[in-house]
Structure formats: structure tokens, C-alpha cells
Design a protein around this ligand. Sequence first.
Ligand SMILES: NC(=O)c1ccc[n+]([C@@H]2O[C@H](COP(=O)([O-])OP(=O)(O)OC[C@H]3O[C@@H](n4cnc5c(N)ncnc54)[C@H](O)[C@@H]3O)[C@@H](O)[C@H]2O)c1
Length: 249
Amino acid sequence: MQLSGKVAIVTGASTGLGRAIAGRYAAEGAAVVVADINDPEPAVAEILEAGGVAVGQRVDVASEDQVTAMVAEVISRFGQIDVLVNNAAVSASLKQQPFEDIDLHEWRKVMDVNVLGVFLCIRAVTPSMRARRSGSIINIGSGTAIKALPRLTHYVASKAAVHVMTRSLARELGVDNITINAIAPGYFLTEGNLGNPEFLALQRDIAVQNRSIPRDAYPDDLTGAAVFFAGDQSRFITGQILPVDGGSV
Ligand SMILES: NC(=O)c1ccc[n+]([C@@H]2O[C@H](COP(=O)([O-])OP(=O)(O)OC[C@H]3O[C@@H](n4cnc5c(N)ncnc54)[C@H](O)[C@@H]3O)[C@@H](O)[C@H]2O)c1
């Protein structure tokens, strides 16, 4: 129970890596807010059935008003926010393509959700974290931004922005005892990736071959790092980007 007494918001937690993180946080004793643009209730029900504490919040992280309202609701319900995991992103649905072919609408959507959304959520939670001089922010970046995966330029650029925001905000938030770190996952077999057969065929075998631990990665492989950055064991670690990829980077 490494997160007993903590309140954690996990964005994009209806499915995939976010759902696994939310479930593990609840199992570690946190009260979890499952925040997603899609129905959060099945993920909430799963946590409640396992004996955990969770509530759902419908939110578009790219909407300033919705993010502000979500944070106000969480504070009125729980009185505090200890952990924010910025996991929501446009990712699994994207098609690899030459950079000249990327549609500008899609480019802006990726930047809105993956970069502006992270900024808005951080900006909304920090006043209450600052007031309590305590908080852990975990951004989900990507190994693609370290390795420079081609043919997904908007996504890779958005995740590089997340990594650099993590480092620069660490220098702004540390004075108030707030840590901010990023996890850079490798290629995981989430529902979203399994539902994108074209990308799966391109990435799965290459990802496994490039790993020091040459096997597929599943959402449960990521949750330990997310618990570490949310808990007291990492209280003097900030501004770091941790690849969780079986030793690929
Ligand atoms: N799965 C991987 O292999 C992998 C690898 C590297 C990085 N990542 C990153 O990990 C995170 C989770 O990945 P995943 O594969 O589970 O993704 P996913 O696409 O399966 O799930 C993303 C979740 O975010 C939600 N979401 C999307 N837009 C939103 C918005 N505007 N507001 C609120 N919620 C929104 C979706 O509804 C969904 O529940 C993402 O940040 C992704 O970029 C994933």
C-alpha cells in the first residue's frame, strides 16, 4: 500500500496504460480519479469490484474549462490532489505516414491533446499542490521521442515537448516540493495498439528484437514505475525521463 491516503488523477484512464496505472494506484491504496473523454465508468467499476476507491470524470484535457471544472470537482470531493498522471493522448489511432502527408487538422489535434492538454492539467493542479507544498506529477512521454521514430512526426514532436516540459517545469515546481517526472514507454500491447493491425505488424517484432529483454510489453509492465514516481520513495527525484521498454533505449 505505497499510495495510502493519496488522491490521484489519471487522465486517459478508461483504457490502455492509463487504466492499468489507475488500477494499480487503487490497489496501492490511492483514491483514483479516472479522467477520460470516453466513458470512465467501466474502469471505475473494475476498481470498485477489486475493493478500491475510484470516481469517474468525463473531461477533454484540451479544454481549459473542462480541466478547470474537473480539478474543482476533485478538490471539493476529496479536499486534495497528491498525484497527477498526464497519460491521455492521441496515439494508438495514428497512422504512420511521411511527414509531408500529415493533415494539418490531425497535427493540431495531436498537439492540442498531447501538449496543451498536459500543460492545462499541470496548471490546474499546481495551486493546490503548492498550497500543501506536496505533489507528484507524472507525464507519460514516449520512447519514440528519444529514438526519433520516423513517419509519426506530429506524435514524436508532441512527446518530445512533453519530455522537455517535464525538465523545465521541474525547475519551476521544485521550490514548492512538487516533483515532475516522465515515463517513456516502449511499444506496449495495449487494446489500442492491438486494434491497429497495420501499426502492430510494423512495430511489434522490431520492438521486441531491439529490447535487452526480448519479449512483448504489457500494461502491467509499466505500473511499477508509475507507482515509484507517485510515492514517497522518489521524493528527491525530479525532472527525469525514465524509459520503460525492456532495455531498448
Ligand atoms: N501503448 C504504447 O505502446 C505507448 C508507447 C509509448 C507511449 N505511450 C503513451 O502512453 C499513453 C497511453 O497510451 P495507450 O496506448 O494506453 O493509449 P490509448 O489510445 O489506448 O488510450 C488513450 C486514452 O486517452 C483518452 N483520451 C484521448 N484523448 C483525450 C482527451 N482529449 N481528453 C481526455 N482523454 C483523452 C482516450 O479516450 C483513451 O482512453 C499515451 O500518452 C501514449 O502516447 C503509449
